[in-house]
Design a protein around this ligand. Structure first.
Ligand SMILES: NC(=O)c1ccc[n+]([C@@H]2O[C@H](COP(=O)([O-])OP(=O)(O)OC[C@H]3O[C@@H](n4cnc5c(N)ncnc54)[C@H](O)[C@@H]3O)[C@@H](O)[C@H]2O)c1
Length: 461
């Protein structure tokens, strides 16, 4: 008899920023497992099968090249792949609902439910179904109800295995995670399913970093982790507003506070606020759940994290306007960075979108520069009214501009020759450093009027 080539077969439904990189890592670490990633979007799958991957992450391309065609496959054949795989990760998008009950806060679970129904429809044998998308607590219950609504003797065990990787550092996070969280029902079959998943991660993650829990704790932990991270950003940003009023320096305050080992130094960098597809969506989801469970005070507490994030952007725009003599009409402003953070092309919920729109509303002429995200920027702004140009080279982008606004912490912007840029700009020239990444004093000495966040401005005006 011919020996089976692969020990196990794993499927992931959803080939996005999370599903595909996390499966790439499993394929790399488990060469004896066959890993297939499917998506309803044929362009996305074609891109994963090409040399132009649809997601940019440092280190990703190298591992895709090593594993694709060996034990990693990308396909649009959802029906057959559900039938032949025994372990199914679900990593479809779960955006904020834009319609009906809970609009603007609750998670839109339509893609999720469609997937559950597809799994039920095409399964011919029992499966382990793993939630990797970020979901409201008790979603696994809905999944179980759908999956047990037919097919007699076929059984489904639903696990929660939320993903904690961050875009921009995804491959490193996946290879060396702080923890892997696996939640299951605490029944005999739930615990057996949990062990199957533990076995996969054990290939490269130390045992003490694989945390197991009940399924609801796992679902909730992901929302709470994102809420805590975003809360730190809003906390330091709220203090940056006070620093600006009281002549303190937010970097000095953050350092003094963050060296306390009970607090820690990470996520204490003041700036223009958080973006990305997750933080706002997940906090609003938490807010919605708290209200649903009759906890309005808890809901208000977490909602304030989002409000401070919006306030920080409003403050930034007001500062640009006031500092540039209360008129931006006809002035040319160069946005340095459009991605929501460095090392990704992802612009979802990027503060740069809102800020560019508000500056356009003041009739400024906008030049957008970014090393990776210009295609996404053009899509985000395709309905925006006003004059926008897209120039990747920051030196060319700045020519003839009145101001630079730094929106993304790309390392590249730390190292620019700001003297050369200054010479090509209209005077007086301004820099608004929304990420506090450049050398402010040096730029001031070059001639710029420099406006950091949470620090006294350096200006001759
Ligand atoms: N982006 C992050 O940094 C991050 C981190 C951790 C967790 N998450 C969570 O992971 C989930 C996915 O996020 P993402 O950023 O990868 O989203 P994404 O939009 O990049 O990818 C989701 C993919 O699912 C596909 N899809 C939707 N319905 C489908 C269906 N029925 N069948 C097959 N494919 C389908 C979409 O076409 C899309 O390609 C979300 O719940 C998100 O909250 C995201």
């Amino acid at each position: 008899m011919k020996k089976a080539k692969f020990k196990k077969k794993i499927l992931c439904i959803g080939a996005g920023y999370v599903g595909a990189p996390s499966m790439v890592m499993i394929a790399c670490k488990c060469p004896d497992y066959k890993v297939t990633v499917v998506d309803i979007n044929p362009q996305r799958i074609a891109a994963w099968n090409s040399d132009q991957l649809p997601v940019y992450e440092p280190g990703l391309e190298k591992i895709v090249k090593k594993t694709r065609g060996r034990n990693l496959f990308f396909s649009t054949d959802i029906e057959n792949q559900i039938a032949v795989n025994d372990i199914i990760f679900v990593c479809v998008n779960t955006p904020t609902k834009t319609f009906g009950a809970g609009a603007g806060q609750a998670a839109d679970l339509q893609y999720w439910e469609k997937t559950a129904r597809q799994i039920l429809e095409y399964s011919q044998s029992s499966k382990i179904v793993i939630e990797k998308s970020t979901l409201p607590i008790k979603t696994a219950l809905a999944m179980e109800r759908i999956l047990t609504s037919g097919k007699g003797d076929i059984t489904f065990d639903v696990l929660s295995n939320p993903e904690f990787m961050a875009e921009g550092t995804a491959m490193n996070d996946l290879e060396n995670p702080d923890r892997v969280l696996i939640g299951s029902r605490e029944t005999k079959s739930g615990l057996t399913a949990r062990e199957e998943l533990v076995e996969i991660y054990s290939r490269w993650v130390p045992a003490e970093k694989i945390i197991t829990s009940n399924i609801w704790s796992a679902e909730l932990s992901k929302l709470v982790a994102n809420a805590f991270l975003a809360q730190r950003v809003s906390s330091i940003n709220s203090i940056s507003a006070l620093c600006e009023k009281a002549d303190a320096d937010i970097s000095e305050v953050a350092r003094a506070v963050g060296t306390d080992s009970r607090i820690g130094s990470k996520f204490l960098r003041a700036g223009i606020g958080f973006g990305g597809s997750c933080f706002k969506k997940d906090i609003l989801n938490l807010v919605y759940l708290c209200r649903f469970y009759g906890l309005p005070e808890v809901a208000d507490y977490w909602e304030s994290v989002v409000k401070i994030n919006e306030y920080q952007q409003d403050r930034f725009i007001a500062n640009v306007l006031q500092s540039m003599f209360n008129t931006l009409a006809g002035k040319k402003i160069c946005v340095l960075g459009f991605a929501f953070k460095a090392d990704t092309a992802d612009t979802r919920e990027s503060p740069a979108i809102n800020i560019t729109r508000k500056l356009l509303a003041e009739h400024a002429e906008m030049v957008i520069s970014d090393p990776k995200a210009l295609d996404n920027a053009a899509m985000d702004l395709d309905d925006a009214e006003g004059q926008i140009s897209y120039i990747e080279d920051p030196y060319r982008a700045a020519v003839g501009c009145h101001a630079l606004v730094i929106m993304t912490d790309w390392d590249l912007y730390r190292k620019l020759d700001y003297g050369k840029i200054y010479r090509s700009m209209v005077k007086p020239a301004f820099i608004f450093d929304g990420r506090n990444i450049i050398e402010h004093r040096k730029c001031f000495e070059i001639g710029f009027n420099v406006f950091p966040i949470g620090k006294p401005p350096l200006t001759r005006l």
